[in-house]
Design a protein around this ligand. Structure first.
Ligand code: GLN
Length: 359
């Protein structure tokens, strides 16, 4: 167990270093840019890959809706949508792009970004932690093991504590902050899905227990039960897949919405958010995802997944049927195929062989 934890820490450090390096070091960044420029896909190519991928998976019925939140079991399981938004805000889409669903865990990324923006990267590292837990997203064991320390903002306990950190002296002030952040990322005014909010609020005793446990270790920064309620409400914010791709595109664009041009968070904040997504974004399958796709991503039990191609694209997919870890099956497969076909994995490097013949 100790070794596993140590390995996870080393992986976190390496991945974080690679990201920071690629955004901060000028010569390296130039090389990356140069390579990216030659591989930027054409409009027609994006459209045809999107269509092909949609058709490939549209009849796939593996997995099942989340049902521990009763309202999520009622979402039509066949809904499927994929959207890509490019650096200038161009939208490419297929499927049920207007279907609304609850954002769920993906909201954790937005509150993390706001918390870093308000309190700084060090404060989030100290007060929450930025290490993968290797446990399920709602694990109490992970909290107990380190006395509420060394969690991350993308598992439930860490996310509830992150929400409790946000600016605002009252429940109402904090909520205003949360919904404004979501609106700014999406570039439009979003609404809460009331039936989902009520359904989860009536059944979230486990999350309440997590908040109490965190509080017992003095790792909550606002009233624990009010924080759980804020968190539950933020998870119930309704989005469609275009909204999700816009949120992803805002992160891809260094924290400025590519359409409204509003600066939502700073590029420095994004440079800390993406590595947490890379190491913790798909629950306890985050390693498998990153190993295969190479992009920071985040899933929610509502069926949405967003992936970020830093400096280029926001990619989003939605399909309610989930796998054992709680990740949408069709959304994972669709995004993985698109990344591979459009050559968007930043770790797939074409070797520089210039001058090799002279040796
Ligand atoms: N609101 C959900 C919960 O707390 C979010 C979980 C998720 O999307 N993984 O259980």
């Amino acid at each position: 167990m100790k070794n596993q934890v140590l390995n996870k820490k080393i992986i976190t450090l390496l991945v974080s270093a690679a990201f920071l390096f690629s955004t901060n070091t000028s010569t390296f960044a130039q090389t990356v840019k140069k390579r990216a420029a030659t591989t930027t896909p054409q409009k027609g190519q994006i459209e045809s890959v999107l269509k092909e991928t949609y058709n490939k998976y549209k009849d796939l019925k593996e997995g099942k809706n989340a049902d521990y939140i009763p309202e999520l079991a009622k979402v039509p399981s066949d809904q499927f949508a994929i959207v890509i938004i490019g650096p200038d805000g161009q939208v490419y889409s297929q499927g049920d792009v207007d279907a609304l669903y609850s954002i769920q865990s993906i909201s954790k990324v937005l509150t993390l970004a706001r918390a870093i923006e308000e309190s700084g990267a060090q404060a989030v590292q100290d007060k929450i932690g930025v290490d993968p837990t290797g446990q399920r997203f709602n694990s109490a064991l992970a909290v107990e093991q380190n006395k509420g320390k060394e969690l991350n903002p993308l598992v439930n306990a860490g996310a509830i504590a992150t929400t409790s950190m946000l600016k605002g002296n009252t429940y109402e002030e904090k909520w205003k902050n949360i919904i404004q952040t979501h609106n700014d990322f999406a570039g439009r005014q979003l609404e809460v899905n009331e039936p989902v909010y009520k359904s989860e609020a009536a059944t979230n005793q486990h999350n309440q227990a997590l908040a109490s446990l965190m509080n017992s270790f003095e790792r909550m920064y606002f009233d624990p039960q009010k924080s759980v309620d804020l968190y539950t409400k933020q998870c119930a914010i309704n989005i469609n897949t275009k909204d999700l791709a816009m949120i992803a595109a805002t992160l891809a664009n260094g924290g400025t919405n590519p359409v409204t041009k509003k600066k939502v968070v700073s590029p420095q904040t994004v440079a800390h958010v993406l590595p947490v997504m890379a190491t913790c974004g798909l629950y306890d399958d985050s390693g498998i995802w990153f190993y295969n796709v190479g992009l920071p991503a985040k899933s929610g039990v509502g069926g949405g997944i967003m992936a970020i191609v830093p400096g280029q694209y926001g990619i989003a997919a939605f399909s309610p049927r989930l796998d054992e870890a709680g990740n949408s099956i069709r959304a994972q497969r669709a995004i993985a195929d698109i990344v591979s076909k459009l050559n968007l994995n930043p770790y797939l490097i074409q070797p520089n062989t210039a001058g090799a013949a002279k040796r």
